[in-house]
Ligand binder design. Structure first.
Ligand code: SF4
Ligand code: SF4
Length: 390
């Protein structure tokens, strides 16, 4: 695609990166076939190809309107289009650049600003989020978290760090505890560092990119110096973000090297345990696995969780359209509830087609979003492995 970026961005690092990405796009439209918002809305401007065109025009200096922002807001950042694109267009990076420009040049309405400010202030602060959740539980408006069970004492020479995260400690403390027990069985002690909270994805994807980068720096400071062989992510959304710190903080001279080191050390939990670490099992429950977009598209990890679940004895049921987003997408389900709920309805129909006894996933956002309307238990896959080994 030919480009003529405007003076305000052409010679900046973002401009150069966006230009290189835009030039790769041949406008073939293959990506529209796997775009969830295009499937729901049927408008080319709600497809990757249409959004790429809108971003190109914005970066070329064309007028930017609320409608431009709406089509970018409706994007889930699921990155299914990246997996599909034969030309290797890095849509996720392009949309970050496009969103920052469009945000700066438009003015959101008061209600939209209030919602975003509340989410941006409350979600990354795990103490505040936990207090709000407890209040919701007291008045019966929020579900109670499952008991986490014991966290094994650190006793092994091999040590890895776990990210506590922002909402997961309140919503599902059982996930990291289950990971610690499973890793303990294979000779690895999992540790949480006090103060290592939000990875920055929440505020970054609410388009408060500077505040998101502040959260990233704060997390690096909490972890540094790192006295462990790896950093383990039990939420694939956070994992995708931390693996990209080297890129997101590339222009920060003070943090660039630390960010690079942290990205190199970061692993999804499914990358640090292998089926052969455990005895083979059989005859366990039928499970449908929902691979979050951040796992299958963001990190391009496929088949690992499925192999682990099968190895310990779970029966995996086939899932139609497994590449499609469930509609959670961070704060998306709160900001675009109609599209998010439609995608969830479609996803649950696909997941429950094989009459599973449980749904497994790998990200706290997908887990809580999917669990809300269904009686089928939705669990993090590590909780199922932990239960199988107990
Ligand atoms: S992003 Fe890729 S698949 Fe989509 S229109 Fe461009 S080249 Fe084609
Ligand atoms: S990231 Fe997902 S929702 Fe956004 S354009 Fe790509 S496929 Fe569509």
């Amino acid at each position: 695609m030919q480009t003529q970026l405007a003076d305000f961005i052409r010679d900046t690092p973002e401009g150069r990166e966006a230009d290189a990405i835009l030039r790769k796009c041949v406008h073939c439209g293959f990506c529209t076939a796997t775009c969830p918002t295009y499937q729901v809305l049927g408008d080319d401007l709600d497809s990757p190809r249409g959004r790429i065109y809108l971003i190109k025009r914005a970066l070329e200096g064309a007028p930017v309107t609320d409608k431009t922002r709406l089509h970018l807001d409706r994007c889930l950042t699921c990155r299914a289009c990246e997996t599909t694109c034969p030309s290797g267009v890095q849509y996720g990076r392009l949309v970050d650049i496009g969103r920052a420009v469009v945000e700066e040049r438009t003015q959101r309405g008061p209600w939209d600003r209030v919602k975003r400010a509340v989410l941006s202030f409350g979600v990354p602060r795990s103490g505040l989020f936990g207090a709000a959740l407890r209040l919701g539980q007291l008045v019966g408006m929020a579900p109670h978290a499952r008991p986490s069970g014991a966290w094994p004492e650190p006793r092994h020479a091999r040590r890895m760090l776990a990210l506590r995260g922002c909402v997961q400690p309140s919503l599902a403390p059982s996930i990291n505890a289950a990971a610690a027990r499973v890793l303990d069985r294979i000779g690895i002690s999992l540790l949480e560092v006090p103060g290592a909270g939000c990875c920055g994805a929440v505020r970054f994807h609410l388009n408060d990119q500077d505040a998101g980068r502040d959260d990233m720096r704060a997390l690096i400071d909490a972890w540094w110096p790192i006295e462990a062989e790896a950093i383990v992510m039990t939420a694939s959304g956070c994992g995708t973000n931390v693996k990209e710190y080297h890129h997101l903080l590339a222009n920060d001279a003070q943090y660039r090297a630390k960010a690079q080191r942290i990205s190199e050390m970061t692993r999804d939990l499914s990358e640090v345990i292998r089926p052969e670490d455990f005895p083979q099992g059989k005859g366990r429950a039928r499970v449908a696995f929902h691979s979050p977009c951040t796992l299958q598209h963001g990190q391009q990890i496929r088949g690992k969780v499925e192999a682990l679940l099968t190895h310990v004895g779970y029966e995996l049921v086939p899932v139609r359209d497994a590449h499609l987003c469930c509609g959670s997408a961070g704060a998306y389900s709160l900001l675009q509830p109609e599209i998010a709920n439609e995608l969830r309805t479609r996803k649950l129909a696909a997941l429950e087609e094989g009459a599973p006894q449980a749904i497994a996933t790998a990200n706290i956002g997908c887990l809580t979003h999917l669990q809300e309307p269904t009686a089928t238990p939705v669990r993090h896959w590590i909780e199922l492995i932990d239960a199988a080994l107990a």
